[in-house]
Design a protein around this ligand. Structure first.
Ligand code: DMJ
Length: 445
């Protein structure tokens, strides 16, 4: 039986109420800071940009939370300072993307002004011999540096996940320098073949560490290879490039667990393959459903892979709490999965894939699973001070962590809401979601 309209409306309401509660708690205990720490009723200021406010903007708009949006906009107009030392990648995906998307949805000029200011302050990152952006930028002085834990290296996901936001900024300001910088990065990465290494020498483009993965350090580069094409089909990346990457990965790192029959991608390193998959990689089935619609030539293969990878995710989310952990290790000798890190960090990737699976197949199983996850989050992650991480998804005893990350508001709750909406609410015919779930209107073909 398909889910009735009334049932879908009830789930939407639950997701919206969760958003209101997460926002209210942040407002009460961490207003103007980056993230709420809901156990200790304190905050975390990794970026010094009030990240939760900016990252949550378009979710507030989409859910019709007008008062909350108004107070967020006022804070941005009056109190947002851009002086701190930040991660280029995180600032682009959470803040630049958040501001531009909210501007597109509302037409509020102040958001575009702030996006332009932020974009300008991030641009010094591109002053490198290869044009690959530096990992960190001091927004006040323009000084740049590497991650202290990866000196001299550009990380594939860090540098390959800014193209949509920069092209959007060019589109709205008419200044080509932003798009040009993003496109140059892809031009450089193209020289490294279909599966570039995750650690690249930022001066010479040589491989620093021969790691190949859809998991951390690689993930959203592949996402933007496809989405940049879906968003702005000219000059950035191509459907063929994405297909070549997927096909090479199927051959080089694809794996079927012999006993479990489950399909997943391994991570290839110099010393062999690791059979760990982290929550981050659950974005891939959703991306492959999108690929099937963007490039019908390979539809059958993309859909097949997407279905099977999603089934692996379904199995991993079949825990005592109904939510998945941070890192699973597939054991080769014995069937089954071992959670090497059983924490649930409120991450979005699995519900993101369920959202795409629902929109493209309308198989009711995906809504049923999303409802179960929403219920689990409400049951296990809700505390007095907001929503928080859970230390062990396999344990009947709930031990709470202490972080309400902004991606919970910008991504997890948004996808959990949209999966219960009609398809014309942020239609995939018109919008492409950035890696941080900020919808951007597709550019004219
Ligand atoms: C998000 O910030 C983005 O989706 C990013 O690309 C990787 N994953 C985190 C949330 O888990």
């Amino acid at each position: 039986m398909p889910m009735s309209r009334k049932d879908a409306a009830r789930e939407r309401y639950k997701a919206k109420e969760a958003m209101k509660a997460a926002w209210q708690s942040y407002k009460e205990h961490a207003w103007g800071h980056d993230f709420l720490k809901p156990q200790t009723l304190s905050w975390n200021d990794d970026y010094g940009l009030g990240v939760t406010i900016i990252d949550a903007l378009d979710t507030l708009i989409i859910m019709g939370l007008h008062e909350e949006y108004k107070e967020a906009k006022e804070w941005i107009e009056e109190s947002l300072q851009m002086e701190s030392d930040v991660s280029f990648f995180e600032t682009v995906i959470r803040c630049l993307g958040g501001l531009i998307s909210a501007y597109e949805l509302t037409g509020d000029k102040i958001l575009l002004e702030k996006a332009k200011e932020l974009g300008d302050r991030l641009m010094p990152a591109f002053n490198t011999t290869t044009g690959l952006p530096k990992a960190r930028v001091d927004l006040g002085s323009g000084r740049t540096k590497d991650h202290h834990w990866a000196p001299g290296s550009a990380l594939l996901a860090d540098v390959g996940t800014c193209q949509m936001e920069l092209i959007a900024l060019t589109e709205h300001t008419g200044d080509f320098k932003y798009a040009q910088a993003g496109i140059k990065v892809f031009d450089q990465l193209r020289k490294l073949g279909p599966l570039p290494p995750t650690h690249i020498n930022i001066r010479t483009l040589e491989c620093v560490e021969a790691m190949c993965t859809f998991d951390a350090f690689g993930d959203s580069y592949y996402e933007y290879l496809l989405k940049s094409y879906a968003y702005a089909p000219k000059n950035v990346s191509s459907a063929d490039e994405f297909w070549k990457a997927i096909w090479a990965a199927v051959n080089r790192i694809g794996f079927t667990g012999i006993e479990s029959g489950r399909i997943y991608f391994t991570t290839a390193t110099k010393s062999g393959f690791t059979h760990n998959i982290s929550h981050l990689v659950f974005f891939l089935p959703g991306l492959l459903y999108l690929a099937a619609s963007v490039d019908p030539r390979h539809q059958e293969m993309y859909n097949l892979l997407a279905n099977q990878l999603l089934e692996t995710g379904m199995m991993l989310y079949d825990t005592r709490t109904g939510i998945g952990g941070e890192t699973a290790s597939f054991t080769i000798k014995e069937p089954g999965v071992y959670w090497s890190d059983p924490t649930f960090k409120l991450r979005p990737e699995f519900v993101e894939s369920l959202f795409y699976a629902w929109r493209f197949t309308h198989d009711k199983r995906y809504r049923v699973k999303a409802k179960k996850i929403l219920d689990s989050i409400l049951k296990y992650c809700r505390i007095n001070g907001g929503f928080t991480t859970v230390e062990d998804v396999t344990s009947p005893v709930v031990i709470y962590g202490d972080l309400q990350d902004s991606f919970f508001l910008s991504e997890t709750l948004k996808y959990l809401y949209l999966i219960f909406c009609d398809d014309d609410v942020i239609s995939l015919d018109k919008y492409v979601f950035t890696t941080q779930a900020h919808p951007l209107l597709k550019l004219r073909q």
